[in-house]
Design a binder for this molecule. Structure first.
Ligand code: MG
Length: 348
């Protein structure tokens, strides 16, 4: 049986501007780029660890080290690979995601087909992505919203002492935009109802994660008393969370870094749809490698928030395109991602 040989390097990237959400500000990200090599072919995947979910760049590297220098597995046997790494690094979903994305890239390249084809999806059916406006002063957020005029959908981070002033400033410069908001668990249920009521005058699409991740009763109560649809992100990490969370929300947010990669995301999307819930595919601050992997399965979902690569100034990869917000999948084999300075994706 062939051996898949994983190697990993850290590739630090920098935000165009400091990215602030209700619980902190980020200026750099340190994704781990995984190369999976066999028989002269290489596949690439990206780990985007979030300390909120208990992972760091260092824990990803340790998990990958734990996997060892080679994994006995056929190219394309992603089922066996998934079982193998779940036994070994179950609590490291970002690390698992990187290895499995690299495996999909490798399998696609070996077969000469794009990943969306491997999973049986129509590339024309990708959704539009939102463009995220981080927390700043109202005039600054309005400036960013105006600069993002080519994106018809905005996602605005909320959870400040005066979100209404910020939304008002954004609405003035973007009267026609679809606007969704994300509180990143900033409010208690009573604050959430009061704030959502006040913000609903700005014609919002839905509210993401109004209350604490563990507070499922709070989510249900907010949903019951709010005029806007409620989506769970921090509260719904994997497919296993869906049956418990579904009755409390209108939709869930799926991210490769939370659920362990493409197979886990397919499970979570299917589970949400079985419970009659809508799905948004989201992301961390990522390079085009990680974003493109998620974009390949985006034809399955109702909404996308796949803009992490648009927020960094030194993206080392070229992959999914965005035209007026619409995700444009690359047609090359595998993930179809290239290094900015090379013909194929290089982890350097
Ligand atoms: Mg979110």
């Amino acid at each position: 049986m062939p051996s898949l040989r994983p190697t990993a390097i850290v590739h630090e990237v920098h935000l165009r501007e400091p990215f602030r959400i209700s619980r902190g500000t980020q200026t750099v990200a340190r994704p781990v780029i995984v190369e999976l090599r066999v028989d002269g072919l290489a596949g690439y995947g990206e780990a985007d660890p979030s300390s909120f979910y208990g992972e760091t760049t260092e824990s990803v590297l340790a998990a990958l080290h734990h996997l060892g220098p080679s994994i006995e597995c056929d190219i394309g046997d992603i089922q066996t690979l998934q079982e193998t790494i779940e036994r070994s690094i179950r609590l490291n979903p970002a690390a698992r995601s990187a290895v499995l994305c690299a495996a999909y890239d490798l399998a696609g390249k070996a077969l000469g087909v794009p990943v969306y084809r491997l999973v049986g999806l129509n590339p024309e059916r990708t959704p539009h992505t939102s463009f995220t406006i981080g927390i700043a002063e109202p005039d600054e957020m309005a400036r960013k919203a105006q600069a993002a005029a080519s994106y018809p959908i905005l996602k605005v981070k909320v959870g400040t002492d005066d979100d209404a002033r910020r939304l008002k400033a954004i609405r003035e410069v973007r009267p026609d935009a679809i606007i969704r908001v994300d509180a990143n668990a900033a409010w208690n249920p009573r604050e959430a109802i009061r704030n959502i009521e006040q913000l609903s005058q700005f014609d919002l699409q839905f509210v993401e994660q109004p209350v604490a991740a563990h507070d499922v009763d709070g989510l249900a109560w907010v949903r019951q008393h709010s005029s806007l649809p409620i989506f769970a992100d921090e509260s719904c990490v994997t497919a296993f969370d869906v049956p418990r969370i579904a009755p409390a929300v209108d939709g869930i947010v799926v991210k490769l870094a939370k659920c362990g990669g493409i197979p886990g995301a397919l499970d979570q999307i299917n589970a949400a749809h079985l419970f009659g819930k809508e799905v948004m595919l989201g992301c961390m601050i990522e390079t085009s490698l990680g974003i493109t992997a998620a974009a390949h399965i985006s034809p399955l979902v109702e909404y996308a928030d796949l803009d992490g690569h648009l927020l960094i100034r030194d993206d080392p990869f070229l992959g999914v395109g965005v035209e007026q917000g619409k995700l444009i999948l690359p047609r090359g084999a595998g993930l179809g991602v290239r290094g900015v300075h090379s013909e194929t994706a290089q982890g350097a």
